[in-house]
Design a binder for this molecule. Structure first.
Ligand SMILES: Nc1ncnc2c1ncn2[C@@H]1O[C@H](COP(=O)(O)OP(=O)(O)OP(=O)(O)O)[C@@H](O)[C@H]1O
Ligand SMILES: [Mg+2]
Length: 453
């Protein structure tokens, strides 16, 4: 091949335009090289459109015309011989194009642009013919040399290379865009998930708070009821005394008072006062115990808790809750066992367990119903065993009791939150452990490990 042509090919091959991904730029570079190499003034790239029966011009460069922006189209219907030859995928070398069997149909086109010779080289991409490189000579009797044909062929191949690069860059950009979209979606989803989680946490906190207040509410109702009884007796005793005193005053003013009458009055009054003071004392002790446990149920503070003392006071407050079903509660704890913990949380846990016994373990009133709470020292703190002799639980129930909203008493107003809150309080707040064992018909036992905090 002529050195001049070789040099042009080398320059094109090395040009950054070819593999840069911008097909327009690469096409221009290739067409300029063709014009330079073949010394022609008009050259174009034509590509099949949809099928191999129709082609349109992709880019035409014409040194004699400044406006080549118009897209030209040709179809097999008008140029059957030309299309039939192209389908052989061989280069058409037409020195006198108007006479050549492959190009004679294009006579009108040639006249319009002053063309004599044509060198049409197939363009291939991924092994398929996609169009032609049309080199057009305006010189009469132009003879395309072998070198020129080879030169045009190589540039046609370089065009295929440029097409692949453009496709690759397009894919890369698409991937990049998809990646960005994906990242945006992931970010959006993460945000929504985070929001949902935050909402869930808030809802959970609210539920814990509500349940805490509900447990406290039950306690208040029970204690209020219990305090009402001794206070009622005290009021009756006072009224009785007042009545007797009035009678005594009348007799005294009449001067009709007898010694016997006075003696009866004094004895009655003593009885009334004994009743009065014992009932007032009972009311006061109930209030005292209630204060000890209820106050810190709503505010959790870390304290050194003497378990025996604390549980005794708590149970006195809780007894009214289970009184209807005649449930007795006993405590077996060494006075010396102390644990540094949130005793308010512990009170809430025991309140929930007692409430569950009343709701689920014992169905009717029976003197035999019993809850025993025992405390043992443990190297980390203390172990509290809470045991009832109620109806117990089936394995299926036992598996789910700590799950939020699991309840077998939805019809009776159970929300299924009691034990899930107990679980959270023991494991999270008190950093302890909770375990449960149960036999249907025999009862249940909750075992709590309460560590020193
Ligand atoms: N001591 C028990 N004896 C028998 N079954 C029990 C006992 N404690 C709990 N259960 C069972 O465990 C379930 C879940 O208890 P949990 O305290 O979580 O909910 P609940 O008592 O049904 O409703 P809530 O406490 O919210 O009012 C109960 O529905 C009940 O079936
Ligand atoms: Mg419950």
């Amino acid at each position: 091949m002529q050195e001049r042509l070789e040099n042009i090919l080398l320059a094109v091959s090395r040009s950054a335009d070819i593999d840069g991904g911008q097909l327009d730029k690469a096409t221009e570079t290739i067409l300029e090289a063709i014009m330079d190499g073949l010394q022609i003034t008009r050259v174009g790239i034509w590509l099949f459109k949809g099928s191999t029966h129709e082609m349109s011009s992709q880019l035409i460069i014409d040194k004699n015309s400044s406006d080549t922006s118009q897209t030209l189209k040709i179809s097999e219907d008008d140029y059957p011989d030309y299309f039939a030859t192209l389908r052989n995928e061989r280069t058409i070398i037409a020195n006198n194009a108007k006479q050549h069997p492959a190009t004679h149909e294009l006579a009108e086109y040639m006249t319009a642009y002053g063309i004599y010779g044509m060198l049409d080289v197939p363009l291939r991409h991924k092994g398929e013919m996609v169009g032609v490189l049309c080199c057009e000579s305006r010189k009469a009797e132009r003879k395309w040399t072998e070198d020129e044909v080879a030169f045009a062929g190589i540039l046609a191949d370089i065009y295929g290379r440029a097409m692949s690069s453009a496709e690759r860059v397009q894919f890369e950009q698409m991937l990049l865009k998809q990646n960005e979209q994906l990242e945006a979606i992931v970010e959006q989803r993460t945000k929504s998930l985070q929001e949902a989680l935050d909402n869930f946490k808030q809802a959970q906190d609210r539920l814990v708070e509500t349940e805490k207040m509900a447990a406290l509410g039950k306690l208040v109702a029970g204690v209020a009821h219990e305090v009402n009884t001794p206070l009622g007796i005290a009021v009756t005793a006072t009224t009785h005394c007042e009545h007797r005193l009035k009678k005594l005053r009348t007799a005294f003013e009449d001067g009709s008072i007898s010694r016997k009458q006075l003696a009866t009055f004094i004895s009655d009054t003593f009885d009334a006062y004994t009743l009065l003071s014992s009932n007032l004392e009972r009311a006061a002790s109930l209030i005292q115990n209630f204060k000890k446990t209820a106050v810190d149920q709503s505010s959790f503070e870390l304290v050194e808790c003497a378990l025996a003392d604390y549980l005794n006071a708590l149970v006195i407050s809780l007894k009214p809750m289970v009184k209807k079903k005649k449930v007795s509660i006993s405590i077996d704890a060494d006075e010396r066992i102390k644990v540094k913990t949130y005793q308010g949380a512990l009170a809430q846990i025991i309140t929930n367990l007692v409430s569950n016994c009343h709701e689920h373990a014992f169905t009717e009133a029976d003197e035999k119903h019993h809850i025993s709470i025992s405390v043992e020292a443990h190297e980390d703190g203390a172990v509290v065993r809470f045991k009832d002799n109620g109806k117990g639980m089936e394995t299926r129930t036992l598996k789910s009791i700590f799950e939020p909203f699991y309840t077998t008493a939805r019809d009776h107003g159970g929300s299924g939150l009691g034990l899930s809150i107990v679980y959270n309080l023991v494991t999270r707040k008190l950093k302890g452990q909770i375990d449960v064992q149960s036999t249907p018909g025999e009862g249940s036992e909750f075992i709590l490990l309460i560590p020193n905090l």
